[in-house]
Write a protein that binds this ligand. Structure first.
Ligand code: CV1
Length: 267
């Protein structure tokens, strides 16, 4: 089991929402579009999907109205997908809080809910004691997972132009996985070929690790063939410089990361 619903969830949600509307959270969000969002109305639409119900008695479709109402325009070329928790920190840093790319968590929909477990008590109220953990109700079922499923689907439908997807090259079982994967089941299959000009696939290996898979591995080739079947063009990059340099910040002494000597000269 996972933690229960925060007792101040409504206050946090509305506080995050009002904060987001001011524009400081995601500096590229469209303020005039945000000004039409009513935060307490959004809470009603969100909470009606799960509050009071049995924790596992929630499906993605229950969040449809909330997701539609909280939807904001994602700038062209900014969508950033990822697959597997072990790459999540890297994507978050790369996105620079929405200034370089947008992950779902920097859209209004994701931002309001990110980081929380929540569920109903089956008796009209909220369970503050404990809620089902990831996957505990089955794939994409239950208050939390059903939310991310619907939100992921919407995020993908909204993507336009260049998109990126990040993988960890040493993820056990391969970087790209189709089984019970939110990326595969709700994002990849919902990309609109007419809107996506290019998918940049990033296969990332942390400094000091050796890559277990690369752009030519079976797992990534499987992703490529799915993109081919959707007629979405792609490039695949093994540890591209932009992300690798970011990873180097924590290993500045490592030989792979010494781009400059101490006197400032290029190495
Ligand atoms: N996404 Br807290 C999917 N699930 C999320 C997200 C999120 N942004 N945030 C959370 N979860 P896994 P994936 C929860 O590593 O690789 C979107 C879910 O409730 O398996 O399958 C992102 O846009 C679920 O229990 O994710 C990203 O592009 C678990 O974390 C993609 O889906 C899923 O973690 C990641 O899909």
């Amino acid at each position: 089991a996972a933690p229960g619903t925060p007792s101040a969830f409504r206050d946090i949600f509305i506080g995050r929402c009002e904060d987001y509307k001011l524009g400081g959270i995601n500096k590229l969000a469209d303020l005039s579009e945000l000004s039409s969002k009513n935060c307490s109305e959004l809470w009603e639409l969100f909470s009606v999907a799960w509050l009071g119900k049995e924790p596992c008695d929630v499906e993605p479709n229950d969040y449809k109205d909330f997701v539609e109402s909280a939807s904001i325009t994602i700038p062209k070329d900014m969508s950033n997908f990822w697959d597997g928790w072990d790459i999540y920190d890297t994507v978050r840093s790369y996105s620079r809080e929405g200034q370089r790319t947008w992950t779902l968590d920097y859209t209004l929909i994701g931002y309001l809910i990110n980081g929380f477990y929540f569920c109903g008590d089956g008796k009209g109220g909220v369970n503050t004691e404990s809620c089902p953990d990831d996957g505990e109700c089955g794939f994409a079922v239950g208050a939390v997972d059903a939310f991310w499923a619907e939100a992921s689907k919407h995020f993908s439908i909204s993507a336009e132009g260049l998109s990126r997807v990040f993988f960890n090259s040493s993820r056990p079982g391969g970087p790209f996985q189709t089984e019970e994967s939110f990326f595969s089941e709700f994002e990849l299959c919902n990309l609109t070929p007419e809107k996506i000009s290019l998918m940049d696939i990033y296969v990332l290996t942390d400094v000091r690790q050796s890559p277990q898979h690369d752009c030519d591995s079976v797992s990534i080739n499987n992703l490529k063939s799915i993109l081919d079947s959707k007629s979405i063009p792609y490039n695949c990059w093994d540890n591209p410089r932009d992300v690798f340099h970011q990873l180097c910040i924590d290993y500045d002494d490592h030989e792979d990361c010494t781009f400059l000597n101490d006197d400032g000269a290029v190495h």
